[in-house]
Design a protein around this ligand. Structure first.
Ligand code: NAG
Ligand code: NAG
Ligand code: NAG
Ligand code: NAG
Ligand code: NAG
Ligand code: NAG
Ligand code: NAG
Ligand code: NAG
Ligand code: NAG
Ligand code: NAG
Ligand code: NAG
Length: 802
């Protein structure tokens, strides 16, 4: 009976499939036969469901195209890899038709039935052709077994694994990828990659200006891409014979979804789909720095690698088309806020440290004053520069391909109409306060204390205002004798932290707990106040924050009861000599993301921004499955008045403290970002960032790593913890290294927010390598800062632990 039912139902489904094939093409079919067509929302899907082919509309655009996209990538992130009618959009897909003619020509007809695109293929045997979307993303038109046309021979902006990208010596033509115009318009943009006769892959702007070359194939990699040698995710191969040279790559793990694309911002990128974060992750990009892309920011735009947003307008200018800028098309550049009137007074705005545009006209005048006068007196002069090497140079056309450098470059003087807002130029903002710090010595520590205390009091006032409304929502008030019993009279000490000792305990229902006995030293606040503040902390619940279960406040006793974390702190794993405790790379990376999420929550998602003030490996606890949990948040606030304890905090945290702690400026959440960066370096290296060497010299990991990777061009693997023996995902390691470098920038405004850090680590946000010139200098300054801290304070072994 049962067999018969399933048999008839499968017959039914076959009939259904056949039926739908006849009337219109149905889902889960990968082929169109001669005489059939696709209309409206119909698509065909490759056999294993990797790719889908049909009509689509990119983003919020109202235009329709026919193309191929990943079926397994979520619709929200729909990623199109090939487009038929790039520059012939359709206005109405329901009246348009993609038809495979009897003679094997594939044509796309618009709503007026006019062909807008065709493969130009023909076959003598009528009704024999078929169009198949394959699982590798290739759309193939065959007649019998002959391939008449395939999408892998006609690239748009994407080169998929398995496709050949090459040069044909017979036709003397190389293949080409051309970027989309913007993220919602597939029509050809300004950037292209093409293969030259000598097999070099070059990247050009507007088909003319070449701003990057891969170099030649050296047997195992392109010279500008040495990391290809590590066949970690992809296998590359290069073929050359008398007819052609071509290059292919394939994913080593067949289930990996990866692609190479020339993106709308002019860089070649290899991206990998991450199932976990449901987004694309950057594997590598060329040119490595965004501002190497020629004229990325358009006329009067200026590019900065020192900024998370690459493009900006020159002072006195505004975005020509903000809508296009939002879609990452900066080519429209910027326009004057106030246009210049000939004969009216003008002023010059100095833009220091600029990479100058090259379309200059040189004038034979001596002296900066005369140069300025010459530009001032000629209505069509837009800017001038005067340097010892170039003399007086002036610009009469639009200024383009400018870059804001952090140091070096030249001063550009830009002609502007006088305006009410007197922002003349940007400030060169490398602040040096190390020398002052050294001189102040111990006094600085006093400053720190005062700062912390001021801050704590301020926070306290805020917390009080908030706390009263949400009392004891999640918390249990424990009796002292119950905790005493649960911890067997405080016998099993887990550690000693900045604010007191921690003991292991077990509740009567066998839940393990950690009890923190706070040191109140007689100056602890009253019970009511304590309860109110603890309840504020208790409200903060997040997977990456240690959960507070309850508290005890009886007589002199002040205790906090936390969930017990079976895997101890990050410190005990990172710096342990015991190999069994070594964390592998992917665990480390997940921990790094988790900590960032926890801190981002404290900074951005709680009602009141909570600055942790004491981020360090000791304060990162690990759950049974190594989910990181940030501990001790909110305690700085709770125990603010406790002088000696704060002292301990400062002492225990040397090496993680942001420079602004000593500079007298207000402490913001960016101080935690700095500390996080230091922790991230330690996650990478598996050792403390600071080591005191013989003769009082301090070895500082971030400086060493930056020199190694950035200036000497070593592979980023060279800075990885030796215990991991090179076993790490290069892309992740690179991202972690870069973001750590950005986090410890001296200037807090240049540090990313914790939210951005999460996005960068998840690969959602691209991050440039830190700029080389200024960066190393800054690192050296940091090195001095750290030796300042090391005066009179021993590091490492003597510092406190949880
Ligand atoms: C088909 O031929 C036309 C005219 O020769 C040409 O413009 C078009 O680019 C060709 N289409 C393809 C897909 O090669
Ligand atoms: C091809 O198929 C169409 C309908 O599917 C039919 O009208 C036509 O006669 C066929 N042509 C040949 C040569 O078989
Ligand atoms: C293509 O295949 C069909 C049947 O499968 C056959 O009748 C026809 O002769 C073949 N044509 C060519 C050119 O091979
Ligand atoms: C690109 O080049 C074409 C000529 O090849 C020119 O007409 C066009 O203005 C250029 N585009 C830009 C943005 O300069
Ligand atoms: C890489 O490609 C080469 C040549 O196609 C092949 O011989 C080799 O087995 C491939 N290696 C892997 C790991 O796929
Ligand atoms: C090159 O092309 C010629 C003519 O098309 C062909 O005979 C020869 O086999 C090709 N050589 C290779 C290596 O494919
Ligand atoms: C390939 O990747 C899939 C999904 O990421 C993974 O489950 C599988 O274990 C990998 N296979 C190999 C051989 O690494
Ligand atoms: C100079 O600027 C003023 C206001 O800024 C304007 O009213 C005047 O017309 C301008 N003169 C010329 C010659 O354009
Ligand atoms: C100025 O123009 C000359 C020739 O056009 C060029 O060689 C030089 O590099 C330009 N100078 C700058 C600073 O771009
Ligand atoms: C301004 O400079 C341009 C370029 O050098 C020149 O052609 C023009 O004659 C000058 N105009 C005046 C009024 O000097
Ligand atoms: C400058 O002038 C504009 C109008 O021209 C006005 O909207 C703006 O508020 C003014 N800015 C200042 C700082 O006065």
């Amino acid at each position: 009976m049962g067999t018969r039912v399933s048999l008839s139902s499968s017959i039914l489904s076959v009939v259904l499939v056949l039926y739908s094939l006849k009337s219109h093409v149905c889902i889960a079919v990968d082929t169109i036969f001669a005489g059939q067509s696709l209309v409206g929302d119909q698509t065909i899907i490759s056999r294993d469901g990797n790719f889908e082919f049909g009509f689509f509309t990119p983003g919020k655009s109202l235009k329709y195209y026919v193309g191929i996209w990943y079926k397994k990538v979520s619709v929200k992130k729909r990623t199109v890899v090939w487009v038929a009618n790039r520059d012939q959009p359709l206005s109405d897909p329901s009246l348009s038709e993609l038809k495979l003619l009897e003679n094997a020509n594939l044509v796309l007809l618009n709503h007026l039935k006019i062909p807008v695109w065709t493969t130009n293929s023909t076959s003598k045997s009528l009704n024999s052709s078929q169009l198949v979307i394959q699982d590798d993303g290739n759309l193939v038109l065959r007649s019998n077994s002959t391939v008449l046309w395939q999408s892998f021979d006609h690239f748009t902006d994407t080169w998929l694994p398995g496709a050949s990208f090459g040069y044909d010596f017979r036709t003397r033509e190389g293949q080409k990828l051309v970027s989309w115009k913007n993220s919602e318009d597939p029509s050809p943009g300004l950037f292209s990659v093409l293969v030259e006769e000598d097999s070099e892959q070059v990247v050009k702007w507007n088909g003319t200006y070449q701003y990057f070359t891969s170099g030649v194939w050296s047997g195992d990699s392109y010279t500008a891409n040495p990391e290809m040698r590590i066949r970690q995710r992809f296998n590359y191969s290069f073929i050359r014979n008398e007819n052609e040279s071509h290059f292919t790559y394939t994913a080593i793990n067949k289930s990996l979804i990866g692609r190479l694309v020339i993106d709308v911002t002019g860089r070649i990128k290899t991206l990998i789909w991450n199932e976990g974060s449901q987004d694309w992750v950057l594997y590598w990009a060329r040119p490595p720095m965004q501002c190497r892309v020629y004229n990325l920011c358009g006329a009067y735009g200026i590019c900065s690698d020192d900024n998370l947003n690459s493009c900006d307008c020159l002072p006195g200018f505004e975005k020509g088309s903000p809508k296009d800028w939002d879609l990452l098309d900066y080519s429209g550049g910027c326009v004057r806020k106030v246009s210049l009137q000939c004969g009216n007074k003008t002023v010059f705005s100095k833009i220091p440290n600029t990479r100058l545009p090259t379309n200059n006209v040189s004038l034979r005048v001596e002296g900066a004053d005369k140069c300025e006068a010459a530009c001032s007196n000629n209505c069509s002069c837009n800017a001038y520069a005067y340097t010892s090497s170039t003399g007086c140079i002036t610009w009469y056309d639009s200024l383009f391909n400018l870059q804001q450098l952090v140091s070096g470059g030249d001063d550009l003087y830009l002609k502007l109409a006088p305006s009410n807002d007197s922002s003349s130029g940007r400030k060169n903002s490398v602040v040096v306060y190390v020398a002052v710090g050294v001189a102040l010595g111990v006094t600085a520590l006093v400053v720190i204390l005062v700062l912390i205390l001021c801050r704590l009091r301020m926070n306290k006032r805020k917390a009080r205002a908030l706390g009263s409304a949400h009392r004891f929502v999640f918390l249990t008030a424990f009796k002292y004798r119950h905790l005493k019993a649960a911890t067997k009279n405080f016998s099993e000490k887990l550690g000693q932290g900045s604010f007191g000792s921690v003991f292991k305990g077990v509740l009567p229902d066998s839940t393990p707990i950690a009890v923190k006995k706070l040191i109140t030293g007689g100056v602890g606040q009253g019970e009511k106040q304590f309860r109110s503040e603890v309840s504020t902390i208790g409200l903060i619940q997040h997977i990456n924050l240690v959960g507070l279960r309850g508290f005890c406040s009886q007589g002199e006793n002040r205790m906090l009861v936390y969930d017990f974390m079976p895997n101890d702190s990050l410190k005990s794993h990172l710096f342990s000599q015991d190999d069994s405790k070594t964390l592998n790379w992917s665990t480390r990376y997940q921990i790094a993301i988790g900590i960032a999420r926890g801190l981002a929550y404290l900074h951005e998602e709680c009602r009141d921004c909570i600055i942790h003030c004491d981020v360090k490996p000791e304060n990162i606890l690990l759950d049974a499955d190594f989910t990181p949990k940030v501990a001790d948040f909110g305690l700085a606030k709770l125990l603010g008045r406790e002088f000696s304890r704060v002292m301990t905090t400062v002492r225990g945290t040397i090496g993680y403290l942001a420079p602004e702690w000593t500079s007298g400026v207000d402490i913001t959440a960016k101080a935690d970002v700095y500390s996080y960066g230091m922790v991230l370096f330690e996650i990478i290296s598996g050792r403390r960032n600071l080591k005191q060497c013989e003769g009082g010299k301090v070895w500082y990991f971030p400086t060493w790593a930056a020199r190694e990777v950035i200036s000497q061009g070593q592979p980023v693997l060279s800075i990885l913890d030796k215990k991991l023996q090179g076993k790490a995902d290069i892309g992740e390691l690179e991202r972690a290294f870069r973001v750590a470098c950005w986090c410890i920038r001296e200037e807090e405004t240049r540090r990313p927010s914790m939210g951005q850090v999460v996005q960068i680590l998840e690969g959602l946000l691209d991050v440039n390598p830190p700029p080389i010139t200024s960066y190393l200098q800054e690192m050296v300054e940091n090195e001095e800062t750290s030796s300042f801290f090391s005066h009179g304070y021993s590091l490492g072994s003597n510092s406190t632990s949880f």
